[in-house]
Ligand binder design. Structure first.
Ligand SMILES: C[S@@+](CC[C@H](N)C(=O)[O-])C[C@H]1O[C@@H](n2cnc3c(N)ncnc32)[C@H](O)[C@@H]1O
Length: 310
């Protein structure tokens, strides 16, 4: 359990937000995931109705995370994670760790301009197929008929997934805010369901730890010279950019922005004096994950600050 998690637990007016989870998560036998839970109303009711299940909720909006955490006060079987599920799904969960994944009215993913962000994008579909248990299900609800058909066709042809249901306006005991909105407006909603029917694995891209030691100390001027320097690794579609540097005397924090595909992270690289040289690592208070772009940014900063070969 990390410190912030402990803080949240000590404040029972909030549910449990996993702020810096070790990856992959250690999930209990019966674990499920909701992607894009919005205000968390459905999420909390669902978790209450399934006390024997550990429900994970991944949501990209910080405001929604807070709303859900408020509703989830005292609820022991919900874990909230504030990140982008498109990139982080397979990083957060081991192969075959979830019995059910559901995604309800994921409107930002269904627009034409966002085709590469959709559930049907190969990368996301592979992640989904990997983290589900064999026999586990993925369920998506949408008000967009064309999108529901595309999901049905594309995911239905994935080697590890089999279409198990396609329903129009199914009756459900617990409903979401968007579901009620569309139904009240007289629109249909579509539920597409899949079962994982064979083993499948996907490659992971994040790591747990990264420290780089260089043999020389660094000074504020050298760090300031990194400001606005950008780097790119085409192979991983990774990009990074350095910003301002801050110092408390001995150590420095270097502002850094990265993107992996379109997964953006902002954090600090910490530079500490160590045995006459310097140690570079991700700032421990950062909630960034060690993706390829973050690793490249740390290596690049180390290379630029090293005096070796000068
Ligand atoms: C239209 S709302 C639906 C909310 C809720 N499921 C409901 O039915 O009321 C879509 C939600 O998906 C979230 N979302 C969009 N992209 C996401 C991503 N890449 N990862 C996680 N959540 C995402 C949005 O922040 C938003 O809360």
């Amino acid at each position: 359990m990390d410190i912030l998690d402990a803080t949240v637990r000590a404040k029972p007016q909030y549910g449990v937000i996993l702020t810096r989870p070790g990856l992959p998560l250690k999930t209990p036998e019966r674990s499920q995931l909701e992607i894009g839970f919005g205000n968390g109303e459905y999420t909390v009711q669902y978790a209450e109705a399934h006390p024997d299940v550990m429900l994970y909720g991944v949501e990209i909006s910080g405001a929604c995370v807070l709303k859900c955490a408020r509703r989830a006060a005292g609820l022991g079987n919900l874990r909230i994670i504030n990140t982008d599920a498109r990139y982080m799904l397979r990083e957060l969960f081991r192969d075959e760790s979830l019995e059910r994944i559901f995604m309800q009215f994921p409107c930002p993913w269904s627009k034409n301009a966002d085709a590469h962000r959709r559930v049907t994008a190969k990368d996301f579909a592979d992640g989904l197929a990997a983290v589900l248990k064999v026999g586990g299900t993925f369920e998506m609800l949408t008000d967009d008929e064309l999108y529901s058909q595309e999901v049905r066709n594309v995911l239905g042809s994935h080697e590890a997934l089999t279409l198990s249901g396609y329903e129009v306006s199914p009756k459900r005991e617990i409903t979401t805010k968007y579901e009620r909105k569309w139904l009240d407006e007289g629109k249909n909603i579509y539920r597409v369901s899949f079962t994982k029917t064979r083993a499948f694995s996907a490659e992971r891209r994040t790591e747990q730890e990264m420290h780089i030691k260089i043999d020389n100390p660094v000074n504020g001027q050298e760090l300031d010279s990194l400001r606005n320097i950008e780097g790119r690794d085409e192979r991983h579609n990774a990009f990074w950019k350095f910003g301002r540097a801050f110092s408390d005397g001995d150590s420095y924090l270097l502002e850094t922005l990265t993107s992996d595909d379109e997964f953006m992270q902002e954090f600090y690289i910490m530079i500490l004096p160590r045995d006459g040289g310097s140690l570079l690592r991700l700032d421990k208070t950062a909630s960034a994950f060690l993706t390829p772009a973050v690793r490249s940014a740390i290596s690049d900063a180390a290379e630029r600050l090293s005096h070796e070969g000068r």
